[in-house]
Design a protein around this ligand. Structure first.
Ligand code: GLU
Length: 450
């Protein structure tokens, strides 16, 4: 490995030892960049890598809210404005009890290259809070969101930083956050948040975009292998917004999600989650109780395996981990490799530990695609939402879907080309890192040192 790359990785690991997720993503991404740094010694001269691993700005804030019984609670809010070289900071907010700086920084760093891959002018950022939305009433969520935005509003804006959703932040939360922003600023800046409701500046297809985009990317991989999506069986983890979008698009294209896993175990539905009724049931089930997917098995009389993940099942063609970070560890990776399944398409942010990812990439019979490319359609359509807002226009669902489709084809193509350029063959993981890096690095280099 290039000595400068190695040094930057070691520095990050020493400095951020208490933030393992951040160290993990830095090591994974930077090690792909070795050949690029070899070719561009000017980047070392300006310490471009040392700069890119340091957020431009990151802050915490106090969020105090009152529960329905009148008790006060205090949480920590975060926003990491990681890299603004190619556009306003852009990235979601995660509300989950395990949120701490290591999570926000890993997500923020992933967002930089992901956003660059969309081909649109958006920088990388992320934020959130250790607030646990589970079991909270509507009114409690509203009060939390209002307090969160009261602390954040002066640091964001359509040309500054545009937050969106992530785990624990969906349409409802974005509505409350937007309402509070508007109340505080007294202006209608509808490009300040994305994932908005359709009645106040949201984009058609945004809720489905991440899942749809993942399936469009998958189609490109299949095309590359002279294969098609018709008749393919898919095993996924997660059945949130993203998993649901995968199920729906797969069904439209003649494929089927036949396994899906939740926090309580996994479901095997050999007929696939393909009907309108089943897709709606998933939505209802999640709204009622996001921690249990067993009701699906009870309703449709299919197998439910409690406490297990579906990694290693043999009667599928494609794996798509779409739940959360570090979902697939070495033990699962070995089962996946042994199952003989060819396609491993990451969807959630960093769903695979570094050792497991290295192991899967070394399997000769497998093709591995990285989440930062596969899930980029979500933030890509967020950028389309910003574009519609600034034009004061609403594009049709067909138009947004068409642009999303083209975006995913493009992301796959530039990733494959970048890997090819550096003699790495069809390495989509390295290719995505290299293609994203090249765009951001060029912008940083041309803008001088800061
Ligand atoms: N949280 C999503 C992501 O991981 C979407 C971010 C956005 O739309 O800004 O990319």
């Amino acid at each position: 490995m290039n000595a400068y790359v190695q040094r930057v990785i070691e520095n990050v690991k020493a400095k951020h030892a208490s933030e393992p997720e951040f160290c993990q993503t830095i090591e994974e991404v930077l090690s792909s960049l070795s050949p690029v740094i070899d070719k561009h010694p000017e980047y070392e001269k300006v310490d471009l890598l040392g700069r890119i691993v340091e957020p431009e700005r990151m802050f915490t804030f106090r969020v105090v809210w009152m529960d329905d019984a009148g008790n006060y609670h205090t949480n920590t809010g975060y926003r990491c404005q990681f890299n603004g070289a190619i556009g306003p900071y852009k990235g979601g907010l995660r509300f989950q009890k395990n949120v701490y700086p290591g999570i926000i920084k890993f997500l923020g760093f992933e967002q930089i290259f992901k956003n660059a891959l969309t081909g649109l002018p958006i920088g990388g950022g992320k934020g959130g809070s250790d607030f646990d939305p589970y079991g909270k009433s509507d009114a409690e969520v509203m009060r939390f969101c209002q307090s969160f935005m009261t602390a954040l509003y002066r640091y964001i804006g359509p040309d500054i930083d545009v937050p969106a959703g992530d785990m624990g932040v969906g349409g409802r939360e974005i509505g409350y956050l937007f309402g509070q922003y508007r109340r505080l600023k007294g202006v209608w800046e509808n490009g300040v948040l994305t994932g908005k409701g359709l009645s106040y500046g949201g984009s058609l297809i945004r809720p489905e975009a991440t899942g749809y985009g993942a399936v469009y990317y998958l189609q490109e991989v299949l095309k590359h292998e002279n294969d098609t999506i018709e008749g393919k069986k898919i095993a996924i983890s997660g059945y949130g917004n993203v998993g649901w979008g995968i199920m729906k698009k797969a069904a439209q294209l003649g494929a089927a999600v036949t396994y899906f896993a939740g926090p309580d175990g996994y479901i095997h539905d050999p007929d696939g989650v393909v009907t309108e009724e089943k897709l709606n049931f998933i939505l209802e089930m999640r709204a009622k109780d996001p921690m249990h997917c067993k009701p699906y098995a009870d309703k449709y009389g299919c197998e439910f395996v409690p406490g297990e993940k579906c990694w290693g099942v043999k009667d599928v063609d494609i794996y798509m981990p779409a739940a959360m970070q570090n979902d697939v560890k070495m033990e699962s990776a070995v089962k996946i490799a042994e199952s003989g399944v060819k396609y491993y398409i990451e969807v959630a942010n960093m769903p695979t530990t570094n050792d497991a990812l290295d192991y899967l990439r070394k399997q000769k019979h497998m093709i591995v695609a990285p989440s930062k490319a596969v899930n980029a359609g979500g933030v890509g359509v967020s950028a389309l939402e910003m574009a519609q807002n600034s034009e004061r226009l609403v594009w049709s669902a067909e138009e947004v879907d068409e642009q999303l489709h083209r975006m995913m084809e493009n992301i796959h193509r530039v990733s494959a080309e970048a890997a090819e350029e550096y003699g790495l063959g069809y390495d989509l993981v390295a290719g995505a890192n290299i293609a994203g890096f090249k765009k951001v690095a060029t912008a940083m280099f041309e803008q001088g040192a800061f």
